[in-house]
Design a protein around this ligand. Structure first.
Ligand SMILES: [Zn+2]
Length: 273
């Protein structure tokens, strides 16, 4: 049974120079599923290319809150088309972010809600990014409840909201970044989440883990996807379970989160016609 990276960005230009060696290092390390998240119309075609070349890839297509100012709702026209082309794709990375400079809350909400609607219409799971917008996230999930399980990737929200998110079908993924000494409080929040709702992610090339979790270095603080191997090991140690049991548990959890291809291509076409 292989390791699963529930969230990364293989299309990112910071990985382009070493792309082929990164893929072979992932395969050698036994990472057998890579959920590659697109973030804007500018990288969706590269995600599609990587997905069609590599059977390990599950593509995610979404307008990231950081790209909302540049593309707005107009950016979503192509999104639905791309999702229909790939019945195995999920909707992500989407979400809300008040941390980023010059954020437009209203436009972020509109784009997020619209993408939740698309995911529901096409029967896809979603990958959600949220920074400093937890109340708005809860409101949006109430307004358009996701019909398929959703992943709150690199969850950094409050402990008190976990129950609500769990009730709505959330899975929560841990990145290596949370194993830094200054993130112990964020990491402790995951101890309160049932183990059958946990996934692990590299979020490469972002979310660089602390030095002891770096299996292979890349230039200038760039997070190598293969560092996922150490994230699995650190998580297994933290929960005091043998690594092979953790690998099996995460694979089972992933199977419960990942729901796409629920309808045939023909059915999906009739949905939009
Ligand atoms: Zn990401």
């Amino acid at each position: 049974m292989g390791l699963i990276d529930a969230h990364l960005h293989l299309q990112d230009s910071r990985l382009a120079g070493e792309f082929e060696s990164i893929l072979s290092q992932l395969r050698q390390a036994g990472v057998t599923r890579w959920v590659v998240n697109g973030t804007s119309p500018e990288d969706w075609s590269r995600v599609a290319e990587i997905a069609s070349d590599n059977p390990e890839v599950i593509a995610g297509y979404g307008l990231h809150p950081w790209s909302v100012n540049s593309f707005g709702l107009a950016g979503l026209e192509e999104l639905e088309y791309l999702l229909l082309q790939d019945p195995g794709a999920v909707v992500g990375e989407i979400g809300l972010d008040k941390w980023i400079r010059d954020h437009d809350n209203e436009l972020q909400k509109k784009c997020f809600l619209k993408q939740l609607e698309i995911a529901n219409r096409l029967g896809r799971s979603t990958v959600i990014h949220c920074l400093q917008s937890w109340g708005s996230l809860r409101d949006c999930l109430k307004e358009v409840p996701p019909e398929k399980p959703f992943l709150l990737h690199s969850y950094g929200g409050p402990l008190e909201m976990i129950g609500d998110f769990l009730d709505r079908g959330a899975f929560f993924s841990i990145s290596g970044y949370f194993f830094r000494d200054d993130k112990v409080k964020k990491l402790a929040v995951f101890d309160e989440i049932p183990s059958d709702r946990i996934l692990l992610e590299s979020d490469a090339p972002d979310m660089l883990p602390p030095p002891e979790l770096i299996k292979l270095p890349l230039a200038d603080g760039v997070n190598h996807p293969v560092n996922l191997v150490r994230i699995y090991a650190s998580y297994a140690e933290r929960v005091s379970f043998p690594l092979d049991e953790v690998i099996a548990q995460i694979a089972g959890n992933f199977g419960n989160w990942y729901q796409a291809n629920a309808r045939s291509k023909a059915d999906e076409r009739s949905v939009i016609e």
